[in-house]
Design a protein around this ligand. Structure first.
Ligand code: URP
Ligand code: ZN
Ligand code: ZN
Ligand code: ZN
Length: 519
């Protein structure tokens, strides 16, 4: 584990950081193929003070400027991971990767921004927000926040508005934009995060009024609870019980329900971690009827299959426990095809790491295994290998599903998700002829295991530039705690365009009330 950049004792550069190049404010990337979501061309990219200032062939600069030769390589927008859980308190533990270690690892893998889920404290959104501001203080890359909604009352409803709009400080009249434009509703985790249909509908209505995107973790939590009791009664207490207790049908049911309720309210819906054919087909059906539903598969769901959960070694099997569970072989390939076809739109990770000691809390009872797997560092490599190197999608589509679409959905495009003049200088250089190898011995997380242990492939991120600074080069991280910025995400993304017209059409379609005689 390359932990030198995660240790609190030597994070400020005395571990051999190349401080000069890590703070270089002017960089020229020469001769690469610049790839955006809809176009690619051979061009140079010139960066000054964290911003892209020119993208064109044959840019000339003085000798004092750092030049990176990208000939034969792809120059692409840094990845944006829409789904992570850093330093999250969950299932009696706290995830082992915090904002610094998780982000450092992500940068080594070509991701330059992520959106993490703020968890309310005792239902209080503002207390949750404050806690996450604190957790994120040592960020070394840009990040944004989604927020989970776990309770419903007037205060929560008002606080949602504050999260989206602004926070006024009465004394000095300074108002701070809190910049959250998405709220996640858990239909699973009965007894902790789970919400019922009534709360979900209140939440959907509130999201719609604020122009905020509603997100769902779609599994039927009541049925999962029942399934867990069934497994324990059958004496199935190991990690395989986790998958058996929450089969695809429960993901399909909750996905369908959330989609129908979002349709009833007429507001866009984002389904996180789509893990099964059952859920994917519900999304496909809704999209075919022009409903605005976004589907997010995660790397583990695209690539792994559930055979690992039957491994006789508890510690090995427990690493793969996440929710919804990793499915039988066949689901992943179907999700890849759906992603290639545009039925699903972007790839996340649901990065949520626990080390072996934490996973061991569930020895003898799978219900106590903290749920979650790694992915922030591997996502860009594994999606390249599986989707591009295999020939399933184009290089431009790769940029779309790993970066651009996320920026559009969360309304930060083209500041993020593009190599355009004026965009943030978050850039990766990927060499399609170089290889990557994944191992817990060389990854940059704090966690001691990796669910992709031993995986190799072609197409390696050789350079990562974040906020205009080279942070990953020659297999070396040059990260600075505190250098990452909080990215505010404004409401009313493109997904909301025209929603009001559909509402008006609906209202006018209601026939006038019948004037009835009652005599
Ligand atoms: O197992 C998972 N997915 N852990 C993170 C929490 C969630 O449901 O996203
Ligand atoms: Zn580390
Ligand atoms: Zn979830
Ligand atoms: Zn998650």
């Amino acid at each position: 584990n390359n932990n030198q950049f995660c240790d609190a004792t030597n994070i400020y550069g005395d571990s051999g950081c190349d401080v000069m190049s890590s703070v270089a404010s002017k960089i020229l990337i020469k001769g690469g193929t610049v790839v955006n979501a809809h176009h690619k061309e051979v061009a140079d990219v010139y960066i000054e003070d964290g911003t892209i200032v020119a993208v064109q062939p044959n840019i000339k600069v003085g000798d004092d400027i750092k030049v990176i030769d990208a000939t034969g390589k792809f120059v692409m927008p840094g990845g944006i991971d829409p789904h992570t859980h850093l330093a999250m308190e969950f299932m009696g533990s706290e995830t082992i990767d915090d904002f610094f270690s998780g982000q450092a690892a992500a940068l080594a893998g070509g991701t330059t921004m992520h959106i993490d889920f703020v968890i309310p404290v005792d239902g209080s959104l503002s207390a949750g927000y404050e806690a996450y501001v604190e957790k994120a203080k040592r960020s070394c890359m840009d990040y944004g926040f989604h927020m989970a909604i776990t309770k419903w009352n007037e205060t929560v409803s008002e606080e949602m508005e504050i999260m989206v709009k602004e926070k006024g400080t009465p004394l000095d009249f300074i108002s701070l934009i809190l910049g959250i434009n998405s709220f996640k509703f858990f239909l699973a985790y009965k007894g902790s995060f789970m919400v019922n249909d009534e709360l979900l509908m209140e939440g959907l209505k509130k999201c719609k009024s604020l122009g905020a995107l509603a997100m769902v973790h779609a599994e039927n939590g009541d049925a999962v609870f029942e399934g867990q009791i069934r497994m324990i009664e059958l004496g199935i207490t190991g990690p395989e019980g986790h998958a058996l207790s929450r089969p695809p049908v429960l993901e399909g049911e909750a996905t369908a329900r959330a989609i129908r309720l979002a349709s009833f309210v007429n507001t866009p819906l984002y389904v996180v971690h789509v893990m099964s054919i059952d859920a994917m087909e519900e999304i496909a059906r809704a999209r075919k009827s022009a409903q605005r539903v976004v589907g997010e598969p995660v790397v583990s769901g695209l690539l792994l299959n559930d055979s690992v959960l039957w491994d006789p070694d508890f510690h090995f099997a427990a690493r793969y426990v996440m929710s919804p569970p990793i499915r039988a072989a066949g689901h992943g390939t179907a999700l890849q095809a759906a992603l290639a076809a545009g039925v699903l739109q972007l790839v996340g990770t649901d990065h949520c790491t626990f080390n072996s000691t934490q996973k061991a809390l569930g020895i003898g009872d799978f219900r106590k295994i903290p749920n979650g797997v790694n992915g922030m560092e591997e996502r860009m490599h594994l999606v390249w290998e599986t989707m591009v190197a295999s020939g399933q999608i184009s290089v431009t589509d790769y940029v779309r599903i790993t970066s651009t679409e996320c920026a559009r959905i969360f309304n930060i495009y083209p500041r993020k998700g593009a190599i355009l003049v004026g965009s943030d200088a978050d850039i990766i250089i990927l060499n399609p002829n170089s290889s990557f190898k994944i191992s817990s011995k060389s990854h940059h997380y704090r966690t001691d295991t990796n669910v992709y242990e031993g995986w190799t492939g072609k197409g390696k991120v050789e350079t990562t530039i974040a906020g205009g600074r080279v942070v990953w080069e020659n297999d070396e991280l040059k990260v600075i705690p505190g250098a990452g910025k909080y990215i505010e995400m404004p409401p009313f993304s493109y997904l909301f365009d025209g929603i009001d017209k559909a509402d008006a059409k609906y209202l006018s379609s209601l026939r006038a009330p019948v004037k009835r005689s009652t005599t």
